[in-house]
Design a protein around this ligand. Structure first.
Ligand SMILES: Cc1ncc(C[n+]2csc(CCOP(=O)(O)OP(=O)(O)O)c2C)c(N)n1
Length: 355
């Protein structure tokens, strides 16, 4: 499949159009079941409502800086749907839909953004997921290490690592791709190219026409997909995972998408991009597109759409209250999670702060 969508020939995999209709070639590619699509839809609605509620809380002073996902939900939802629950999920910070699909409770994710370290406490055998990574581009290397460790243990688990297109300018990203190519590591590098790294447009990030084609220089395949299309993301990630499990090594998947909202609640995108551009992308909303598909297929009614939205908003509100009820982290918590044994300078610092 990847040969048919070579990004160096300007090709992009797209299966679901903005009117919610699948192209003919969709049936020849791996695709989710109706139940799975409905599950992904519900999770994407929850992610959207959770975002809206978090912004509301931020404006009330109850939530510190929060990262939004609006417009990008199909990337992580489609990808996680295509993987096994025991495949490793290495997120950046804009993969809320994928985290919810993995079964992570929303209150735990809210806890993270609320500044509580316990938000990063993810029992390994339950979630097979690393914590959210805000340091840009650091996590792809961890993903390659994880894949190497799983091979050493003799499992057929694959690893998916997410990052933005801005992260592809970091040295660590190139080291990770190089190492994965040499080791034929079972890693899927998923770049959500949302066109902007805060105020820096993608065209100033790289002179390469696509991110996907960079994979070929490291000796493996890359594919660009319509990241607002759950079916295209699913097909690409599923094929990449099957290939990796069979020993075929890594794949770079570029989800071509757009960040509809601000970078975070602390950003004002009106200062660097036009409203017309945002409106163009709003018309390509991945959630609306999926809703139209489900309605065209008779799998979802207008009344149900309203009900799902209301339930998701109520759930976001309840989950935040659950997170807010937890006590603030203690002074000790600040030092507890990084080292098994604190290095002497940190020990001294903790003693000083206790005093
Ligand atoms: C190593 C590092 N440098 C700088 C930052 C500040 N920073 C936070 S997000 C961001 C832009 C990242 O853009 P991109 O990778 O495209 O992801 P997006 O936020 O668009 O999803 C920057 C520079 C950081 N968090 N980590």
């Amino acid at each position: 499949m990847f040969q048919a969508f070579d990004p160096r020939e300007g090709k992009r995999l797209a299966l679901l159009n903005p009117e919610g209709c699948l192209t003919e070639c969709a049936s020849a590619l791996p695709h989710p079941t109706d139940e799975e699509v409905l599950e992904a839809y519900r999770v994407m609605v929850l992610a959207r409502q959770a975002d809206e509620w978090a912004v509301n809380l931020n404006r009330q002073g109850r939530m510190p800086t929060y990262v939004l996902n609006e417009g990008q939900e199909a990337n992580s939802a489609g990808a996680l749907l295509a993987l096994r629950p025991d495949d490793w999920f290495v997120p950046a910070y804009r993969e809320l839909a994928g985290m919810l699909l993995r079964g992570l409770p929303l209150h735990q994710i809210y806890l993270y953004w609320h500044g509580n370290e316990l938000g990063s406490h993810l029992p390994r055998e339950t979630y097979h997921m690393l914590p959210i990574s805000v340091p840009v581009g650091s996590q792809p290397l961890h993903a390659v290490g994880l894949a190497y460790a799983e091979r050493f243990r003799g499992t057929d688990r694959v690893v998916i690592a997410f990052m933005g297109e801005g992260a592809t300018s970091e040295g660590d990203w190139h080291e990770a791709l190089n190492l994965a190519g040499v080791w034929k590591a079972a890693v899927i590098f998923f770049t959500q190219n949302n066109q902007w790294a805060i105020s820096l447009p993608a065209r100033k990030q790289t002179a390469s026409p696509t991110v996907a084609e960079k994979a070929f220089a490291y000796g493996f395949e890359g594919v660009q997909v319509d990241g607002n299309d759950l079916f295209a993301v699913y097909a690409a990630v599923r094929q990449a995972a099957d290939k990796a499990r069979a020993g075929g090594g890594p794949t770079l998947v570029e989800g071509y998408t757009y960040r509809i909202g601000p970078h975070t609640t602390s950003d004002d995108p009106r200062r660097y991009r036009s409203e017309a551009e945002v409106e163009r992308w709003r018309a390509l909303d991945p959630l609306l597109r999926l809703e139209r598909y489900l309605q065209n297929r008779g799998l979802l009614g207008a009344e149900e759409v309203r009900e799902i939205r209301e339930k998701c908003l109520a759930r976001a509100q309840a989950e935040f209250e659950q997170a807010e009820r937890l006590k603030d982290p203690s002074l000790e918590d600040t030092y507890r999670f990084m080292f098994r044994e604190l290095p002497p300078p940190l020990k001294r610092q903790l003693a000083r702060r206790r005093a």
